[in-house]
Ligand binder design. Structure first.
Ligand code: AMP
Length: 454
């Protein structure tokens, strides 16, 4: 197989020396693939997980072409979801910059903003930041973003999952329009897809192809299940065998579903399950993972994005409670079982609506997952959750009237009123009805005036 070497990347001496010091032999696949795309200045989307060398995948070409400058305003902005990642990325950039004269600064929330302002005022080339703090600094006008030429968004899936979309939009608004966008994501999600199509110009998509060949030691089976509650019934039926299903990772597509399923499992198997998704605090997530990996709890419900960094051994079963829209996510999910050459099992639940996604992932694997007959003793529920009830798709219908445009009662009242014959002089008639006679003699002049009017 053809291997790309660092020589092929045409790096300069300072970078080559730094890499030699680090002891790296060859670029990783994502580094080899991303280098020319990033160097060309085109927008790029990279699908790669932590540990693949993705930080250097964007930093090597950026540093290769970043010219020495004494200007104060930064030219490269790297956005990451957490402060830990800010520290890590700054660290990596510093390692690569050992023989380069550039200025790198990491900024994140929860620390003194004034210290960061002072550091910015000294002039920087590269800023690595979490979105919230970056925006605060930009609004305070200490940090000028007008010279940013390259925007890197790392772990964009986590960022969107944590609810940073709005903050990203705000930042996009104050960045120069002419810039290169580079984005990395470990998982493909609908949110990520949407962000790409809204803000990227014809991006070059590169990914280190997830192997479409599942490990041989993972057995796969699938069930056709009509809806959520029947999936719960089937799950209950399977999980009752706690000897076979002794450490089970259950995947769901989104947070709400994770919570919903976790609640159900708590009812059915009290004290045996835990859940992780991005709305849970870091501490909660860590505790859940700990409880699951040390065997205290045998069931863990997780979303795709949050399960990405999981490193847990001896998972007996991966249950795909839903069928992932992106076939790559299925490969990542099932790769959590059957580790270290142990036998692993993967089960897939699919509703009628999910059959297309199921066919997609089967064609990625070039195999068909054997269908297991639905167990007779499992009750088929007809109850539907909110998302399953038939919905009339009305989005993007420009001719549709919004509710506030629909004529309400005021319209009819007016119609009624319009039908009335206008008798004129309504004020006088009202007064006449009310004051047939002056109640008191009162002010003579006023009475005279009233008389004249009448
Ligand atoms: P990342 O995916 O960026 O978090 O990187 C994962 C780890 O791989 C980091 O500790 C890097 O220092 C290391 N790394 C990056 N590129 C290479 C390479 N070409 N060869 C060996 N290790 C690397």
């Amino acid at each position: 197989m053809f291997t790309v070497t660092f020589q092929d990347l045409n790096l300069n001496t300072p970078l080559n020396n730094a890499i030699e010091d680090l002891g790296f032999v060859n670029p990783t696949p994502i580094q080899a693939k991303a280098f020319n795309v990033v160097a060309s200045g085109k927008d790029m989307v990279g699908i790669a997980q932590t540990g693949t060398g993705k930080t250097f995948a964007y930093m090597l070409p950026i540093l290769r072409h970043l010219k020495y400058s004494r200007q104060e305003n930064p030219r490269v902005l790297v956005l990451v979801p957490t402060r830990e990642l800010v520290v890590q990325v700054v660290n990596e950039i510093e390692k690569l910059s050992k023989y380069i004269n550039n200025r790198v600064l990491g900024v994140y929330g929860g620390t003194n903003i004034n210290t960061q302002k002072q550091a910015i005022a000294q002039g920087q080339d590269i800023i690595v930041a979490t979105p919230g703090r970056l925006y605060d600094l930009a609004v305070s006008r200490v940090l000028q973003l007008k010279s940013i030429q390259k925007l890197v968004i790392d772990e964009v899936d986590v960022m969107l999952d944590l609810g940073f979309r709005h903050q990203l939009m705000n930042i996009f608004d104050i960045l120069p329009e002419r810039r290169q966008n580079i984005m990395f994501s470990a998982t493909m999600t609908k949110d990520v897809d949407e962000l790409i199509s809204d803000f990227f110009i014809n991006p070059n998509k590169i990914s280190i192809a997830v192997s479409g060949t599942p490990l041989e030691n993972i057995s796969q089976e699938r069930y056709d299940v009509p809806n959520f509650y029947t999936k719960v019934n089937l799950l209950e039926h399977l999980l009752r065998d706690d000897e076979t299903f002794s450490r089970v990772l259950i995947f769901v597509a989104y947070k709400k579903m994770a919570d919903r399923l976790f609640d159900k499992l708590e009812e059915l198997f009290p004290g045996q399950s835990c859940v992780i998704h991005s709305n849970k605090t870091q501490n909660y997530r860590l505790r859940s993972i700990e409880q699951f990996s040390d065997g205290e709890h045998r069931l863990l419900v997780a979303t795709d994005v949050m399960a990405r960094g999981l490193d847990i051994d001896d998972v007996t079963h991966v249950i795909n409670f839903d069928t992932p829209d992106y076939p790559e996510n299925y490969m990542h999910r099932i790769g959590r079982t059957g580790r270290a050459e142990k036998k692993g099992h993967a089960l897939l639940f699919s509703t009628e609506k999910e059959q297309e996604a199921r066919e997609d992932l089967e064609s990625l694997m070039q195999m068909q997952i054997p269908l297991v007959e639905f167990p007779e003793e499992v009750i088929i529920s007809t109850e539907l959750i909110e998302e399953e009830r038939p919905q009339i798709k009305e989005r993007n219908n420009p001719t549709k009237r919004r509710t506030e445009d629909i004529p309400g009662p005021a319209f009819h009242e007016k119609k009624e009123k319009n039908k009335k014959v206008n008798l004129g002089g309504s004020y006088r008639r009202e007064m006449a009805k009310k004051y047939k006679k002056p109640k008191t003699r009162g002010d003579k002049n006023a009475n005279k005036r009233n008389k004249r009017r009448r």
